[in-house]
Design a protein around this ligand. Structure first.
Ligand code: FE2
Ligand code: FE2
Length: 155
């Protein structure tokens, strides 16, 4: 079984996105814990729905940042996000019908997260830091109650 945990390479260097990514990964991690706990099928289905809705929220959130800063990679990001949502929908459907197991879904989600975060989202983070434009809603670390000395310098 794949080890679902945060890695340094997942930091994209923009506080808001990194914060959302930690929650996203936390939900994937919970799904792997659910495997060990042997939770029942209905409860796991509800958790998978939670992941799907969080992914949708996070993608809209990221795309809004891209719109705010006229990010040239918006269409390609949107495309990758759409594909993930469709694939996840399909896998949840298969899980509901008991033709796919949870371990396969956890592995799929973690691999997608690792690849997309270290490539597409890292490019976005680099662009935000190098561009003069600022996302309309920066989601400053103090709002999140995060210690300021741990915040990433985005300027
Ligand atoms: Fe992301
Ligand atoms: Fe993304």
């Amino acid at each position: 079984m794949i080890k679902v945990e945060w890695r340094q390479e997942f930091e994209v260097g923009y506080e808001r996105i990194d914060f959302e990514h930690r929650i996203f990964l936390g939900l994937i991690c919970d799904a792997s814990v659910a495997l060990e706990l042997g939770l029942d099928h209905q409860r796991i289905l509800r958790h998978l729905e939670e992941i799907k809705h969080y992914a949708l929220f996070h993608f809209i959130s990221e795309e809004n940042i891209m719109l705010d800063i006229d990010y040239p990679g918006l269409e390609s990001q949107k495309n990758e996000h759409q594909i993930l949502l469709a694939q996840l929908d399909d896998k949840i459907h298969q899980y509901r019908n008991e033709v796919m197991d949870l371990a396969t879904i956890v592995e799929f989600l973690f691999e997608w997260f690792a690849l997309h975060t270290t490539q597409a989202d890292t490019r976005l983070g680099r662009y935000i830091r190098s561009s003069q434009s600022r996302a309309a809603f920066p989601f400053p670390p103090e709002t999140l109650g995060l210690p300021l000395n741990e915040s990433v310098n985005t300027g």
